[in-house]
Design a protein around this ligand. Structure first.
Ligand SMILES: Cc1ncc(COP(=O)(O)O)c(C=O)c1O
Length: 365
């Protein structure tokens, strides 16, 4: 029997009962109007989620986790002989690099130390000096550290140098102020199973129509399942998908978006901010060190914390789980420094954070 735990991890997250119940909808044939109706509703709601307009943007849902949407964008929008300017400062920026390398795309790589904000001067110099760059790519919230990157400032540079702009907002959408219009984002990816508080299994992309026009017929297809042009054509023509979609996950995503809009996008963000403040104050009270110190770059949903050197991190994480709270181990070099992460995404409320801190205090003692 699976036991209910508090998921203080950056996805999957606790979901509303109505989202789970939505999965009990009648079985649908995906090639009939009943499915097209659901997909049409989801696509409209995603426009709202990304603060876009239907005149300027379109959306698609890909049956696959967040990586599949990033791969759909990166494999489909960079022309032969062109390059991606990739800005990375953590695990998930590096994952974008893996995709770019797998497809043998041109790459101009700007790496920054994990937990430090990308330097805009270096980004501008790269844009000035490398005429082959056609796309800038960056993660919105680098989940491996909890840092929010300068998405708007890089968007301004994309406009200044006339480049397309891809932002991986997988852990940001629903939890940060993601606004594709304000930030000049052409391709923005997200998932339901993090700050949107839905179920895992699909991911989605918000696409600027002008940028899309430029690449629709000029970039050769490099794969079958993850071809952006194929997804957009089917969606725009009749709210359809190129292949058999994960039907139930489209239905639960539709419900998760309703639940989110019912609380209100700003209200959800405000709740996440409040949760994070409570958690961070509790962490300070316990004299634990955090990875990030600048409030302006700390996200609303992920807090990276170092466990004292004399404590075993695996024992700590499993004891917390026995007490009902699922936390996340840090990654790579940060795990070597005994770092773990506390996330407050999904159906987590201030009182849950206070209860969690009480248990963490007991476990640390
Ligand atoms: C910023 C970011 N990008 C990409 C991914 C990969 O997403 P998925 O595991 O859904 O493929 C994650 C997962 O946590 C993420 O946080």
């Amino acid at each position: 029997m699976l036991e209910r735990k508090f998921l203080f991890a950056p996805g999957p997250v606790l979901t509303d009962k109505r989202v789970k119940e939505a999965a009990l909808a009648p079985d649908l044939c995906h090639r009939r109007p009943s499915f097209e109706h659901v997909y049409g509703e989801v696509r409209k709601k995603l426009i709202r989620l990304f603060r876009a307009t239907e005149e300027e943007y379109t959306t698609v849902v890909v049956s696959g986790s967040g990586t599949s949407s990033n791969e759909t964008v990166l494999s489909s929008v960079v022309g032969d002989g062109k390059k991606v300017l990739l800005i990375t400062n953590g695990v998930f920026g590096n994952r974008l690099k893996d995709i770019i390398e797998c497809y043998h795309l041109g790459l101009n790589l700007l790496e920054f130390e994990w937990g430090t904000s990308p330097d805009l001067g270096r980004i501008e110099t790269a844009l000035k000096n490398d005429q082959d760059i056609s796309l800038i790519s960056m993660v919105f919230q680098e989940t491996s550290t909890g840092m929010v990157n300068p998405v708007h400032e890089v968007g301004d540079l994309a406009v200044k140098y006339n480049k397309m702009y891809h932002v991986d907002a997988i852990s940001a959408i629903g939890g940060e102020e993601v606004n594709v219009v304000r930030d000049h984002i052409d391709f923005c990816t997200g998932v339901p199973n993090k700050a949107v508080a839905g179920q895992p299994g699909v991911s989605f992309i918000c696409i600027n129509k002008n940028a899309y026009k430029k690449i629709e017929n000029t970039v050769p297809p490099r794969n079958v399942y993850l071809n952006l042009q194929h997804h957009v054509r089917e969606a725009e023509k009749h709210n359809q998908t190129p292949n058999t979609p994960s039907v139930v996950m489209f239905i639960t995503l539709n419900k998760a978006l309703d639940v989110l809009f019912e609380e209100g996008q700003e209200e959800v963000i405000a709740r996440y901010k409040k949760d994070a403040e409570i958690i961070r104050q509790g962490v300070r009270d316990l004299h634990l060190k955090m990875l990030l110190s600048d409030e302006h770059t700390m996200s609303n949903t992920v807090t990276s914390v170092f466990l004292p050197e004399d404590k075993n991190i695996d024992t700590f994480i499993s004891t917390m789980e026995e007490r009902g709270y699922v936390l996340y181990l840090g990654k790579g070099p940060l795990l070597e420094q005994n770092m773990f992460q506390i996330a407050n995404m999904g159906q987590i409320y201030p009182q849950d954070c206070k209860d969690f801190l009480k248990i963490m205090k007991e476990v640390l003692a």
